[in-house]
Write a protein that binds this ligand. Structure first.
Ligand SMILES: Cc1cc2nc3c(=O)[nH]c(=O)nc-3n(C[C@H](O)[C@H](O)[C@H](O)COP(=O)(O)OP(=O)(O)OC[C@H]3O[C@@H](n4cnc5c(N)ncnc54)[C@H](O)[C@@H]3O)c2cc1C
Length: 510
């Protein structure tokens, strides 16, 4: 068990484990790593080909048979597995492509006592399911630091303002209230059924702002909010999607706020602790790492999942990942047109996250909270004090906007621009960090996206397929959640929902 926990956390495997025969028995064999990688690559090369009718290999003899196979060991997949087991459906297997659990939750050790999160990190009081789950798993939370002034930086001038006093942002509040009101008309379970859905979906958020807002400062703030939350600027986002997203997360204030909002708190020990503890609870026999699923064969009676390290027969499959990544899996027979269209057209958007580590959170001594509310320095146009609760070190977190300045694509330029920006806000001490940790999610083959900047037309054309099971294949992942869509909360809720769906089908036939 200790090896397994170590593997979940650090993503290293000491031994390759393969499943044998039709039983649930795990056989540990030492396979030469080079042979294993050659085999995996060969399988990947054949099965990653686009589906051509008649060319997909027929079903094979399975290594293992389970009631439910879950693809993806992110929060959604692990929650689904945990809920199924809790309902007495103990024969489940979570199959994960990567060598760690948590997916978009990934912690990085800064020193002996401090971690930072390369992926998801913030949680807040309205996100009740993730908080409840964390409490059950013994993962504690703490409030982020926010005493002191926030910063607004434009044309070289730094202005201090009390956190979330948006009075300085001109027309911002008028448009915020207008958007909040419109968002309430979008049904959470089916945004494509909103009144005027087609019209709203064929208009970009940028078109809406252009038509309703002339104040450049307020517009700039909406651009930054849009980039910080959806990793895209208003012209690239469907207005219907933005309204759905706002409604899904209560309202704009809740989305952007620290205290009481989405950035209220963090997990002590890191957000990845939640999936790690779920995997530990499920046990080694129910989680198979480093085994990308390449194809899913399905018919009226059963499912077969072909992954690099096991062929698994199951009664039901749950695919728990971002829709765009599902395009790496070949389905036999192929998926209905609307579902296929959803997968092919769902956006992929990478993300850079930078944590700069200092001896101390020196900005606090100058009365700054560390929160950058808005800045025209695109290397760090917003950011937070991300220090641990004991402030053992000072950490500032930010997200460079490479789209707005292509020179930031160069790592040296990026680092220099990030440090210069922090120095512009808090002084030259910012130029001497003790560590600079950056995570490039575009590098990750299995998670090349953090959020879903859904563009015009997608929701009304393909949205209804998001939740619709295809025979025995069911869908989960934060992108399927009507509540806190895109967040950890949405992932957990989608795991709850899909487990209930599949458990009802299995229990009805027992
Ligand atoms: C940089 C960043 C910052 C974020 N900040 C926050 C935040 O502050 N607060 C918040 O609530 N949320 C945040 N999020 C979002 C949050 O992390 C996600 O909503 C949540 O973790 C999604 O969980 P999931 O299970 O739906 O998907 P994922 O975590 O993406 O899990 C899907 C899993 O499927 C696996 N997989 C993919 N393809 C295959 C295959 N073919 N075979 C087998 N396995 C496969 C992947 O490796 C992955 O482990 C952030 C995300 C990122 C990346």
């Amino acid at each position: 068990m200790r090896d397994f926990l170590h593997q979940c956390l650090y993503g290293k495997i000491a031994k390759v484990k393969i499943f044998q025969g039709g039983s649930n028995r795990v056989d540990h064999r030492n396979i030469n790593r080079r042979t294993f990688l050659k085999l995996s690559t060969a399988i990947a090369a054949t099965t990653a080909l686009p589906f051509v009718p008649g060319c997909t290999p027929a079903r094979q003899e399975a290594d293992r048979t389970v009631d439910v196979a879950i693809i993806g060991a992110g929060l959604a997949g692990l929650t689904a597995a945990r809920q199924l087991v809790a309902q007495g459906i103990e024969s489940v297997l979570v199959i994960e492509a990567q060598d760690y659990v948590g997916g978009r939750l990934r912690d990085v050790q800064v020193n002996d006592t401090t971690i930072i999160e390369a992926g998801g990190q913030f949680i807040g009081p309205p996100q009740t399911r993730i908080l409840e789950l964390a409490a059950e798993l013994g993962v504690e939370t703490y409030r982020i630091f926010e005493e002191g002034d926030a910063v607004y930086h434009l044309d070289g001038d730094t202005t201090r303002f009390p956190p979330y006093d948006f009075a300085v942002f001109g027309e911002y509040d008028r448009i915020r209230l207008m958007l909040d009101g419109m968002a309430q008309t979008v049904p959470l379970g089916a945004p494509w059924n909103a009144p005027d859905a087609e019209m709203l979906d064929n208009m970009s958020f940028g078109d809406f702002l252009d038509a309703n807002l002339s104040d450049p400062i307020a517009r700039d703030l909406f651009d930054i909010i849009s980039f910080s939350i959806l990793n895209a600027f208003p012209p690239d986002l469907s207005l219907l999607y933005v309204l759905f997203f706002i409604h899904s997360c209560v309202d704009i204030n809740t989305l952007v706020a620290t205290e009481g909002g989405a950035q209220d708190s963090r997990f002590l020990g890191g957000a990845q602790l939640v999936p790690i503890r779920m995997a530990a609870e499920l046990g080694e026999e129910r989680v198979l790492l480093q085994s990308p699923v390449r194809s899913i064969h399905h018919d009226d009676t059963s499912i077969q999942i072909v992954s690099d390290r096991a062929v698994v027969d199951a009664q039901y499959a749950i695919v728990a990942m971002m829709p765009s990544i599902i395009r790496n899996i070949t389905f036999e027979p192929s998926l209905p047109d609307q579902r296929q269209g959803l997968i092919e057209n769902w956006p992929i958007s990478g993300d850079f996250k930078v944590n700069v580590v200092y001896e101390t959170p020196f900005w606090r001594e100058q009365g700054f909270s560390g929160f950058i509310g808005q800045s025209d320095r695109v290397a760090a146009s917003f950011g937070y004090d991300n220090s641990p609760p004991d402030a053992d070190v000072g950490i500032f977190v930010t997200w460079p906007n490479i789209g707005a300045d292509p020179s930031l694509a160069d790592p040296d330029n990026r680092r220099e621009a990030v440090l210069n920006s922090i120095a512009a806000y808090f002084g030259d001490q910012a130029l001497d960090p003790i560590d600079y940790l950056e995570h490039d999610w575009t590098d990750n083959e299995w998670i090349p996206a953090c959020v879903s900047p859904v563009g015009e037309g997608l929701l009304t054309q393909y949205g209804p397929a998001l939740l619709q099971p295809v025979g025995r294949i069911h869908w989960a992942g934060t992108e399927t959640s009507p509540i806190w869509n895109g967040y950890m909360e949405g992932a957990v809720r989608s795991g709850d929902r899909v487990a209930e769906e599949v458990a009802a089908l299995i229990l009805a036939n027992r």
